[in-house]
Ligand binder design. Sequence first.
Ligand code: ADP
Ligand code: FBP
Length: 314
Amino acid sequence: MSQALRILTVTLNPAFDLVGRVPRIEIGEVNTVETLGLYPAGKGINVAKVLADLDVDLSVSGFLGKDNQGDFVQLFEQNKLDDQFQRIDGKTRINVKITETENDVTDLNFLGFNVSEQDWQTFVDHSQQWHTQFDLVAVCGSLPRGISAEQFADWLKSLKNQGLKVVLDSSNAALTAGLKASPWLVKPNHRELETWIGRKLNSIDEIIDAAKELQAQDIENVIISMGAEGSIWLSKDAILQAQPPRCENVVSTVGAGDSMVAGLIYGLTKGFEQAHTLAFASATSALAVSQSNVGVSDKAQLETILQQVKISQL
Ligand SMILES: Nc1ncnc2c1ncn2[C@@H]1O[C@H](COP(=O)(O)OP(=O)(O)O)[C@@H](O)[C@H]1O
Ligand SMILES: O=P(O)(O)OC[C@H]1O[C@](O)(COP(=O)(O)O)[C@@H](O)[C@@H]1O
């Protein structure tokens, strides 16, 4: 099948993920943690890694600290990702992810490096040519220090004004500001949607109502992910709900959201129908929770999960 869209993922604040497992975190005590891995990551890089595993050619951009870039460069080379990252002074952050036996993952996400005004201006200037190279730009993850929510929103608007399809997957102030730029597709999780709307959402109906408010901000595709409960996609054509098979052996939920974004982009790029795209994205994300690292190493397993995803029209 041919690839219709030229894709770039942007990670302004990448991270090494230090992933481990412990039966239970004892707060204030010494905890011995089983190491699962130390991976070059960050939301847009994870999305790119999954797409590369699915044989999609794409480019990656954002900022990388000069002092510890080796593993990232190796990852880009191994996955044949076109490296358009801008190098800046300092180190890329390390985030700590601990899975407890009976619980979800505890994330310790650090703030990251500082991007100078000059670095940001260089980046913005460069991005004004992206329409000549790309059709779809996925902007994923938090903002590093030095970039304000307002600067971020203005920049996203400039991407949209170039005619690019902008995918946004972020949280907190960056999400709220970024939504003002009316991206083409957004994928907040349940909790991020609650933060944006400022109230608890206790049922599917309440989630859909909140998602409709998002959609009304001129956002074509609103996907709300709800962990093991699956996801909901509101588009102009339909409201679809997906239920993936519940993964019984959760190794790490880190990267589930990123894998879902990658699966959505994959389906949209290949011209799949909406229901098939959501099923595919659900399978990709369900596969992610059964492994510590992000990526699709076993396509047969992906296909098996895909057969078990249930899609319903609401
Ligand atoms: N325990 C699980 N079993 C099966 N699928 C899951 C599980 N947890 C997450 N997923 C899949 O991953 C998607 C994204 O997970 P979620 O936790 O909502 O995203 P994020 O990582 O952005 O917080 C879900 O919509 C679902 O398809
Ligand atoms: O940029 P943020 O919001 O701090 O998130 C970065 C973290 O998100 C991740 O990309 C995982 O995201 P998801 O679990 O939402 O898919 C990690 O690799 C990384 O440490």
